[in-house]
Design a protein. Structure first.
Lengths: 109, 117
């Protein structure tokens, strides 16, 4: 099965700084790479995704980069704000059991 | 678009009783829905795949007789926790797969916090 590793497990940054979370996967057949944000007491929400034929995708302050050769993809958040504080999950396998362990991001005002 | 509604958001029940959780796709049809369980500070654990008009597929270690899944229509899947015990207390989340020109994304409900006393 798919092995998914997410780093770091916790990340604390100052408001305005950038945050980067990395997801490593094992299944070379994976072709869809989403990132989800889960706020306390809520379900995960898709915030950005990328397909295997693209190396980078950006949506305002959020970007995802993909390195298929190395089998990892990363979430980049620039100009972080307190409302970015949440748990972020990667899920590189569309059979939806392949979630990373999550990264708890805390943005300090 | 692609809104998944889950109800109730919170439920407290006594040990030995059963609890039903509903998951609805509000503006699309979902032939497949998924049920997860999430313990505090942990990732989502897939429990089962709910298929409209057929039996659910359960993940290894999940008791199908304890966690009954019914997917009777294209917009509704239900999870019933039967004879609940305190160890069943958890956060249960459903999701639906949404197609987009052959590409699929997941949309999640807001979860149900179950507390068994």
């Amino acid at each position: 099965g798919e092995n998914v590793e997410q780093h770091p497990s916790t990340l604390s940054v100052q408001e305005g700084d950038s945050a980067v979370i990395k997801c490593t996967y094992s299944d070379s057949a994976s072709n869809y790479f989403p990132w989800y944000k889960q706020e306390l007491g809520k379900g995960p929400q898709l915030i950005i995704d990328i397909r295997s034929n693209v190396g980078e995708k950006k949506d305002q302050r959020i970007a995802v980069t993909l390195n298929k050769t190395a089998k990892h993809f990363s979430l980049h958040i620039t100009e972080t704000q307190p409302e970015d504080s949440a748990v972020y999950f990667c899920a590189p396998k569309l059979t939806i059991s392949g979630f990373g362990a999550g990264t708890r991001l805390t943005v300090k005002p | 678009g692609a809104v998944v509604s889950q109800h109730p958001s919170r439920v407290i029940c006594k040990s030995g009783t059963s609890v039903k959780i509903e998951c609805r796709s509000l503006d699309f049809q979902a032939t497949t829905m998924f049920w997860y369980r999430q313990f505090p500070k942990q990732s989502l654990m897939l429990m089962a795949t709910s298929n409209e008009g057929s039996k659910a597929t359960y993940e290894q270690g999940v008791e199908k007789d304890k966690f009954l899944i019914n997917h009777a229509s294209l917009t509704l899947s239900t999870l019933t926790v039967t004879s609940a015990h305190p160890e069943d207390s958890s956060f249960y989340i459903c999701s639906a797969r949404v197609g987009d020109r052959g590409l699929l994304t997941l949309h999640f409900g807001n979860g149900t916090r179950l507390t068994v006393t």
